[in-house]
Design a protein around this ligand. Structure first.
Ligand SMILES: [Zn+2]
Ligand SMILES: [Zn+2]
Length: 811
């Protein structure tokens, strides 16, 4: 009999698949898309995915056998394997790296995985199979066990299935998951037990002698709710904790911790907005007619025009026909606020998939996608879910650059991936935004996408009035207080007087972006990276935003010993402090990645702002992501120049998007709002476009530049970054590469050049940039060529430690 072999994808950054032989007991059981346990190298075990099965023996090496199969049915099917292959090929990475991005971590256990006791470790678990029982016991006694240790404990190599069931039951957790785990807020609640619930008189009789307990019982009764939060009852000074305990002891009530949403339940946001306005109706019709000829439609709707209501109708249609919808949003926009609103509006259970969901939930949704759950809301990685009947992908805020994954590989863009996936699955795509990316608008202009515009804000509220403050003038006339012009301050006071709220935007976090010596101009730079360190006042430390290294604030200049050290510029933290001094009575919240690192913090601040407990929010671009407030009267952009002068070909596009998005936060609901932009470049043409919200004018100016300088979307770019800890070695490698590239691609390749930050974590960096015509057949050649050169260099002793990073369509 012929031997059977399987090509396996392993979660490694190594090219290609790995051949294993299929043992007899797994013949006809192992199928493409199933996970299997295999040994790799001398001592590592992985769960890999079967890519294909064949009978072509390889006689060059002795092949290992597959140890066991994990899934009885494939967890991904052919269509998704095809998509994985596209991602690997287009973004020049390994299939294993795609697998890493695609599978939730609970589905890709390997030797190095560490298991720790889970939340349900001490609960009762009946009927556990023997292997699971032994591991449960082990986890009760140890802080953590590795997979290899688990194999020894059970005395078997095949344990992945068992471990997955332990994770699923909450008995075990993965240690890596702990890093950024989202902790739901739980509050103690009580509920009345029978017979006292229906016959309170029985309880009163029982409580005859205890006045505190009677009071507590009455308070619970009067709430007329199934579950009553104890903190609400305890707010009454007559009611004491021990009385509640007493009631519980007597069996009258039961208490437990329940998860509560921090967001008010009675969102009124969609009252009366559920029907399409005439403009929305015609946009909706436009989308369907565009879909007749184009698979992808760009919905360009100004902020506040009610794109979500249109999504709702589209989703309903698909779901009623039994199809599945994937609704993609930038990760940061997946706040409880937005999810609740969408859920409420759609009147459908919404499954949310992103990296902060807990591990059981993610596995559940993974399986659900296969079982056709109708709607999944997710961040970029939900593109890899194994949908069985996907009919529509909505990419909301399609311009957002967080759809692009930077590190690690695959450096994919979920918006672009969505188009390919939709093509494979025969689904349609809707890209929604108020400020289209140049890419998407360019594709519409070149007849690749359909296009539908929605120009009117809902309820005909006008777009906010945009005013510029000339910082050059304000500085020379000394009409500034710290970062605020007198004019902005005055408008802020007016807004607060009329009981409306303010959003201030500053794209720098921390306190002061740099510290400088006034005598010799020395600035403090990170020892490991080529950037200046930012002062964080609350932590009272200098911090590098590239490698997170910290140091103390120097007392004197190390170059000239002068003590005249000056903090330069304004970060969000300093703006918060200055504002609190100028307007001591107001309540300020700050949203940046320092202060709102956890989802919980972020949602708390949003909630407080939404419910009027804060007057002002100061934030970085985190505040532009889909947040929707009702009472914002003024938006202030503290310094537009920082955004405009960022040395990157996309800086104008980003500035336009950022400022339009921030401006869109002003004046929702019935009242109009105002936007004040502070800038030293009032003559810059971008401001005219923003003030008139004239996307077209902006687009045509910008696209001319992109064409002229060979940038996307007119051209295609690839960046090859190489790095090494020794600068000389790095340059030697770079000049070898440069010779090869120059010969073949001439002026289509630039570099080697130092990137803006040319040293990070003690690694020196150099970049090559390829600029190719869109139709060029060179794309694949170049990627293959880079890989071949990478292999050659990596094989040479002197270039050991050289690292490569390929970024196709860099953002
Ligand atoms: Zn100095
Ligand atoms: Zn650093």
């Amino acid at each position: 009999m012929k031997n059977t072999f399987a090509e396996i994808i392993l979660p490694l950054a190594l090219k290609g698949t790995f051949t294993y032989s299929v043992p007899d007991f797994l013949l006809n059981i192992v199928k493409p898309g199933c996970r299997v346990e295999v040994q790799f190298g001398r001592s590592r075990f992985y769960s890999g995915i079967v890519a294909s099965i064949h009978q072509n023996p390889r006689d060059d090496i002795k092949l290992k056998e597959i140890i066991d199969i994990i899934d009885e049915k494939p967890i991904i099917d052919k269509a998704h394997l095809k998509f994985w292959k596209w991602v690997a090929e287009y973004y020049a990475c390994s299939l294993g790296e795609v697998m890493n991005a695609a599978l939730p971590s609970a589905l890709k256990l390997n030797s190095q995985t560490l298991l720790i006791p889970g939340f349900a470790i001490n609960e009762e678990h009946d009927n556990l199979p023997d292997d699971a029982f032994i591991l449960w016991e082990a986890l009760q006694q140890q802080d953590s066990i590795s997979l290899d240790m688990a194999r020894t404990i059970v005395g078997k190599k095949q344990i992945t299935k068992t471990l997955e069931s332990l994770i699923y039951k909450g008995i075990a957790e993965l240690r890596e998951e702990l890093k950024d785990k989202y902790q739901p807020v739980k509050l103690r609640h009580v509920n009345l037990l029978e017979p006292y619930k229906t016959k309170p008189d029985l309880a009163f009789a029982l409580l005859d002698k205890s006045e505190p307990q009677t009071n507590a019982f009455l308070a619970i009764l009067q709430k007329k709710q199934e579950f009553v939060a104890t903190n609400e009852i305890l707010a009454n000074p007559l009611i004491k904790e021990h009385a509640i305990k007493g009631l519980e002891k007597k069996g009258i009530i039961h208490s437990q911790y329940l998860e509560v949403s921090r967001i008010k339940e009675e969102t009124d946001s969609f009252e009366g907005e559920l029907e399409l306005s005439p403009q929305q109706q015609s946009a909706y019709d436009g989308i369907y007619s565009a879909w007749n000829t184009q698979n992808v439609v760009l919905l360009h709707g100004v902020t506040g025009s009610g794109k979500t209501v249109i999504y709702k109708k589209l989703i309903e249609n698909i779901v009623n026909e039994g199809g599945q919808v994937l609704y993609l949003l930038p990760e940061i926009a997946l706040t409880t606020q937005i999810i609740k609103r969408i859920e409420k509006m759609l009147n459908l259970p919404v499954q949310v998939y992103h990296s902060r969901e807990n591990i059981q939930k993610r596995v559940e949704i993974w399986k659900g996608a296969k079982d056709s759950i109708p709607l999944i809301l997710g961040a970029r990685s939900s593109l890899f879910l194994p949908f069985s009947n996907l009919k529509l992908i909505i990419v909301d805020e399609e311009h957002d650059n967080s759809f692009k994954q930077r590190d690690p590989a695959p450096r994919y863009n979920a918006r672009d991936g969505a188009l390919v996936l939709a093509n494979i699955m025969k689904a349609r795509v809707l890209l929604g935004t108020a400020t289209p990316s140049l890419e998407s608008y360019f594709n519409f202009k070149n007849n690749k996408y359909g296009y539908v515009q929605l120009n009117e804000r809902f309820g005909s509220i006008g777009l906010p009035e945009v005013e510029l403050v000339d910082l050059k003038k304000a500085r020379s006339q000394k009409s500034m207080k710290g970062p605020f012009s007198f004019y902005l301050l005055e408008e802020m006071r007016k807004t607060l007087d009329s009981k409306r709220q303010i959003i201030l935007f500053q794209n720098r976090r921390g306190f002061a972006p740099a510290i400088q010596c006034e005598v010799c101009s020395w600035t403090m730079e990170c020892r490991q990276c080529d950037v200046s360190m930012t002062y964080h006042k609350k932590l009272s430390e200098m911090k590098c935003h590239y490698c997170s290294q910290t140091s103390t604030l120097p007392k004197e200049c190390p170059a000239c010993t002068s003590t005249r050290l000056k903090l330069m510029g304004f970060g969000t933290e300093k703006i918060e402090e200055e504002l609190q001094i100028l307007l001591p009575e107001i309540r300020i919240g700050r949203i940046d990645s320092d202060n709102a690192r956890s989802k919980k913090r972020l949602e708390k601040i949003i909630y407080e702002f939404e419910t009027g407990k804060l007057d002002v929010i100061i934030g970085t671009q985190m505040i532009t992501k889909g947040l929707d407030f009702n009472n914002v009267g003024l938006v202030g952009i503290i310094n537009a120049d920082q955004i405009l002068n960022f040395p990157d070909f996309r800086s104008a596009e980003r500035a336009f998007q950022l400022m339009c998005q921030v401006a869109g936060r002003a004046g929702r609901k019935e009242k109009e709002g105002k936007v004040i932009i502070q800038t030293a470049q009032t003559e810059h043409p971008i401001f005219k476009d923003i003030m008139k919200s004239d996307f077209k004018s902006f687009y045509y100016r910008e696209i001319r530049d992109r064409a002229k300088y060979h940038y996307p979307p007119v051209y295609r770019n690839i960046i090859l970054e190489i790095s090494h800890k020794d600068l000389n070695t790095l340059w030697r490698a770079a000049s070898l590469l440069s010779n090869q590239f120059q010969k073949k691609y001439g002026n289509r390749v630039l570099g080697p050049a130092e990137p803006m930050v040319s040293r990070v974590k003690n690694q020196f960096l150099l970049e090559f940039m390829f600029k190719l015509e869109k139709q060029s057949t060179l794309l694949k050649l170049i990627k293959d060529h880079i890989h071949a050169l990478m292999d050659t260099l990596s094989g040479q002793k002197e270039f050991r430690g050289l690292r490569f990073k390929i970024d196709v369509d860099p953002q």
